[in-house]
Design a protein around this ligand. Structure first.
Ligand code: COA
Length: 331
């Protein structure tokens, strides 16, 4: 039996976006920047900002509830809660356990994984692996990011890029003939970690007054180097996922790339041979929501009817680590 027949399919999706919109004009009042610079270099017009008392777990749980509702599954039917986040509410226990408590998925195991912006695609691969190994029938993949809590609001090179939000999918064992995860590709290169990272605040350099003063617990990024790696890696991931699905770009109805920068999206689409009218974009409205970007775009495209049952979608992402990944999915 082919893996796709025994593996998982996306049975429902959901998203949560904070109401508060921060426009580029507002960013001009926070750091020395301009709407024109941000739009032409990144494609971003605005991003969302979560209130102080709303956590990554809160946003993730809201997105998950919507995905469960759409998939018509109850909390008791969830076997596994997988959470991708670069902004866990606390370092112990996992945000997945906090979300499990909010959702009341009392039959589930729950754990976090840290693949940064590639998180949704790593999550689909993990869900697929657990289903194929017969460890789970129904898996929640939740990507939730309160990027505003780790961004240096005094650094114009990073603060304008990121936004808050959450996206989720219910992945269930598929029956023959149903849609499914047709191929997966994941890769990492830890030698490049320090091009995009938070230097301190973890076990190696614990949080103290010096860390706070130096702001070294916040995101640091070598933008142009990350840009070049992102394009190269997303192209490799798209190629590999298509090859593993025995497909070409002609077989793809839509591509959902990670939403870091419009120029990276353009370059990836061009390389993959996918015309821009088949590329789903939301970076203009939300900025880079790390792992939440792809599932939010997927949910919006399903809700608006752009994607329907049977649509073949190539999802591809890149992030800190570095990590990169792609999946071909038939909805
Ligand atoms: N507003 C105005 N000017 C800014 C600015 C801002 N928000 N941020 C940087 N600049 C300035 C820089 O200081 C620099 O000025 P200088 O030449 O006087 O030193 C100039 O703009 C060019 O900076 P540079 O970093 O070379 O710009 P760039 O064209 O590479 O664009 C990024 C910067 C961050 C938009 C781009 O490198 C990028 O998108 N990188 C990938 C980021 C990413 O995807 N990260 C997440 C991965 S998941």
């Amino acid at each position: 039996m082919r893996v796709a027949e025994r593996g998982g399919r996306i049975a429902g999706t959901g998203r949560h976006l904070p109401d508060r919109v921060v426009t580029n004009a507002e960013m001009e009042t926070i750091v020395e920047t301009s709407d024109e610079w941000i739009r032409t270099r990144t494609g971003i017009r605005e991003r969302r900002l979560a209130p102080e008392d709303v956590s990554a777990a809160d946003m993730g749980a809201e997105a998950a509830k919507r995905a469960m509702c759409e998939a018509n599954v109850s909390g008791d039917e969830i076997d596994l809660v997988l959470v991708s986040t670069a902004t866990p509410d606390r370092l112990l226990p996992s945000t997945a356990c906090d979300i499990q408590a909010i959702l009341g998925t009392r039959n589930a195991a729950a754990y976090d994984f840290a693949s940064a912006c590639s998180g949704f695609l790593y999550g689909l691969s993990l869900a697929q692996a657990h289903i194929v190994a017969e460890q789970a029938e129904t898996v929640l993949v939740i990507c939730t990011e309160k990027m505003s809590s780790i961004v240096d609001w005094g650094d114009r090179r990073t603060s304008v890029l990121f936004g808050d939000g959450a996206g989720a999918a219910v992945v269930r064992r598929s029956d023959p003939g149903e849609g499914g995860i047709l191929s997966s590709f994941m890769k990492s290169d830890g030698t490049l970690a320090e091009l995009l990272y938070r230097p301190a605040g973890g076990a190696r350099i614990p949080m103290d007054v010096a860390v706070l003063e130096e702001r070294s617990h916040l995101v640091k990024m070598a933008g142009p180097e990350v840009f070049r790696s992102a394009v190269r890696s997303m192209c490799e991931a798209a190629d590999e996922a298509l090859r593993r699905a025995a497909m070409t770009s002609e077989d793809i109805d839509f591509m959902i790339p990670h939403q870091a920068n419009m120029r990276i999206i353009d370059a990836t689409a061009k390389y993959a041979g996918i015309p821009m009218e088949k590329v789903i974009v939301n970076v203009d409205r939300y900025g880079n929501m790390s792992s939440a970007s792809v599932p939010v775009a997927l949910d919006e495209a399903r809700e608006s009817g752009v994607l329907g049952q049977g649509s073949v979608v190539l999802m591809v992402a890149f992030g800190a680590g570095f990590t990169w990944a792609a999946n071909v999915v038939r909805l």
